[in-house]
Design a protein around this ligand. Structure first.
Ligand SMILES: [Zn+2]
Length: 441
């Protein structure tokens, strides 16, 4: 590994040997060129000051942010570089990242930072948001203003409504919708006084739908309350597997066991996380095999609750399909021979408003649940998470030697599905923990 570092940057090793204050120059140049491994090496081996400002008052973090090297930013933040430092122009690293419009650099800085950096003004009185929109970086400006809004909601008088709402998510709303639908189904479809008495077959299907809805509610509670696979942080009570403890103990200074997958550093949780995990800004934790944060269950979907989430989706689809079929059958068979001036739609809406309201909401839920179930099922069959699917370009481990997309976790449809159904997740340790496998040998 050390050999690799030297081979990578002969220029920098020369810089170290010729300069009187080598680390001061080297850290800035390393940050400017995104030489993360080298930067880590000079900090670990020569105790170089990685937070020292240059003549313009810019630290290596300013340079990495300006050049958009997200991994270098991660390393510097991981090592506690000062995010709030303003250079002679009054710019923080976030100002520079916003000027260049680099989304990933801004994301890393914002997730690891605080509100002060978002509202900090440079000497001309501009905040990062204003600079991003002035330069025409619409995505970055939108992201930054959303982050600013989230922070102010958490702080201002709105805390009681907006702040809390963001924390709780929409789970209580979804819970109420399911309960209301169940009541409507029983009252206005199954036992409606103005409909004919249910036949044995329809009754059986109807009550099956009600039972499935109750099981769905149990699964809903399970996947929203379960730990989605939070990665342990330093100081957390030891309860997980040894491999995770080993990873926590890896020191960035002992480079021989560190192969330099810098995207694994979480500057917020201060951990080296497993490859497929991601930091969730809503839960403020890193989640193993992170799929997505689902506001409707108010929880992340990850390694430990993905199967529950998938079962919940399947049950949701099945229940709403069955209930819709029973509802349509009940109302349709009731429609009598109508006088010419009355349409069947008018008749149904006037006679069975509860049943119609139920069917409308139920069909919307059926469509949403079907789309989600199908997309999750295809991803499970390919053993890829929603996050990886959406951001494949960002992840080096999802690229083959030829630079094209290659998923190393795809063990074939049959094994992917079998692993998921039996264990709830696929065992990626051999691929996800390469440094540890080497140490063990
Ligand atoms: Zn994290």
């Amino acid at each position: 590994m050390q050999f690799q570092v030297y081979q990578l940057s002969p220029l920098f090793t020369t810089l170290i040997s010729v300069s009187k204050k080598p680390q001061l120059l080297a850290v800035h140049v390393a940050a400017q060129y995104g030489q993360t491994a080298f930067l880590n090496h000079v900090v670990a081996k020569y105790q170089a000051d990685f937070d020292v400002p240059d003549n313009e008052g810019r630290s290596p973090l300013h340079w990495a942010a300006y050049k958009g090297f997200a991994d270098t930013i991660r390393l510097l933040l991981f090592r506690d570089a000062w995010q709030g430092r303003q250079d002679k122009e009054g710019c923080t690293p976030l100002h520079w990242a916003a000027i260049r419009g680099n989304v990933e650099a801004c994301t890393v800085l914002v997730h690891a930072g605080m509100k002060q950096e978002l509202v900090a003004k440079d000497n001309a009185g501009f905040t990062p948001v204003q600079l991003a929109s002035d330069k025409g970086h619409r995505h970055v400006a939108l992201f930054l203003s959303n982050a600013q809004r989230t922070h102010s909601n958490n702080n201002c008088v709105n805390k009681l409504c907006h702040g809390k709402m963001a924390d709780i998510g929409y789970a209580p709303i979804l819970f109420c919708i399911i309960i209301i639908l169940m009541v409507l189904f029983i009252n206005s479809v199954l036992a409606a006084p103005n409909l004919t008495k249910v036949t044995a077959v329809v009754g059986l299907w109807g009550w099956t739908a009600v039972s499935l809805a109750i099981v769905s509610l149990i699964m809903f509670y399970k996947c929203s309350s379960k730990d989605p696979g939070y990665v342990k942080r330093q100081g957390d009570v030891s309860s997980h597997k040894d491999t995770e403890d080993l990873l926590l103990n890896i020191d960035l200074d002992s480079s021989p066991i560190w192969t330099g997958n810098w995207s694994q550093l979480c500057p917020t949780c201060k951990i080296i996380r497993p490859v497929r995990s991601k930091h969730c800004p809503t839960c403020k934790r890193c989640v193993e095999q992170f799929d997505h944060h689902c506001p409707w269950i108010s929880n992340c979907v990850g390694k430990r609750n993905k199967r529950d989430f998938f079962v919940f989706l399947c049950l949701g689809t099945l229940t709403s399909l069955l209930a819709a079929a029973v509802g349509i059958q009940r109302i349709w068979t009731e429609i009598p021979v109508l006088p010419a001036e009355e349409t069947w739609i008018h008749h149904v809406v006037v006679r069975h408003p509860g049943g119609v309201a139920f069917l409308l909401v139920d069909i919307i839920i059926l469509l949403a649940a079907t789309i989600l179930t199908v997309s999750q099922a295809t991803q499970i069959a390919r053993n890829i998470t929603t996050n990886e699917f959406a951001n494949a370009i960002r992840y080096g481990y999802l690229r083959g030697p030829d630079g094209r997309f290659h998923n190393p976790y795809n063990h074939g449809c049959q094994k992917n599905c079998a692993d998921f159904l039996i264990r709830g997740y696929t065992d990626d340790d051999e691929i996800a923990w390469p440094p540890l496998q080497q140490v063990a040998r």
